[in-house]
Design a protein around this ligand. Sequence first.
Ligand code: GRG
Length: 332
Amino acid sequence: MEDLVRELAVDKHARYIVSVEKRKDDFESVVMEHLRMNGAYWGLTTLDILGKLDMVDPDEVITWVMSCQHESGGFAGNIGHDPHILYTLSAVQVLALFDKLDVLDTDKVSNWYNTFHIMFCLIYKVDVAGLQNEDGSFSGDMWGEIDTRFSYIAINSLSLLHRLDKINVEKAVKYIVSCKNVDGGFGCTPGAESHAGQIFCCIAALAITGSLHHVDKDLLGWWLCERQVKSGGLNGRPEKLPDVCYSWWVLSSLIMIDRVHWIDKKKLIKFILDCQDKENGGISDRPDDAVDVFHTYFGVAGLSLLEFPGLKPIDPAYALPVDVVNRIFFGG
Ligand code: GRG
């Protein structure tokens, strides 16, 4: 392991993340414009895991996050865009990273209080008015698309806000369980093909709600560990190419069901390290491809799950550093 430790280009990755944030007109920044909130979550969480969160100005970030809030309460991917449940989770996660959920709660300035209140109204609407459907599933926004991703997102954000009581958790769990397949995996809706990304969403939602007893851990563990290919990388479903992002989706799921020892950790570490741009920083999907913030996050988060020395541990269900999650649930 010691030889590998030196191979992680910590400073270069941190500088790469900060530089993407600052650039406004190159390709990556332009295609990310409408989902910048999600990008902010990936980038800032990566910096925190690397121990480099102090490279950004918290006030600047928080001001921008709050200016992405829609009057309905939900957060958009950027200023002036429509709100979506995914960006609302990203906003909550970014506020959590900077320990700003408490500041919102106690801030005497009425705007802040109102903002927080409106946010709760949105979450409340998630329950009553529409985003949770009769069958327990969740829609992502007013347009109604249903997906187990949205179940996870709702459960994660409400749990971080200590408001899980605002939804029907029993129905939400029942819906997720109805998306379980005979191979032990989960899809986006009942009967849909098992995919590692959806499996993460379902397993993490079940973990947060204390419902992992619904999972056949050996069957699912077997399906998940078969995702490791010769190069050491993981794919998202059979016959597909490996991709660094599955170092998160697959690995976190294996950890939550206690089967992470079923894959070759050292080979996976080597695969992730081979995907680094060692000169300019950043991590790509596969060796020698172009880097982006998404894969940089999943590479670094994957290494953290693999207990790579020098990295902050990340929580496999909440997808936030363990110290942030502990602060929210145990104080301190
Ligand atoms: C807070 C970590 C976190 C997540 C928020 C957005 C979300 C919740 C979860 C997304 C889960 C998901 C479906 C991930 C898969 C993403 C992906 C790489 C899809 C690609 O699918 P294909 O079919 O790729 O194009 P393959 O690899 O199957 O060829």
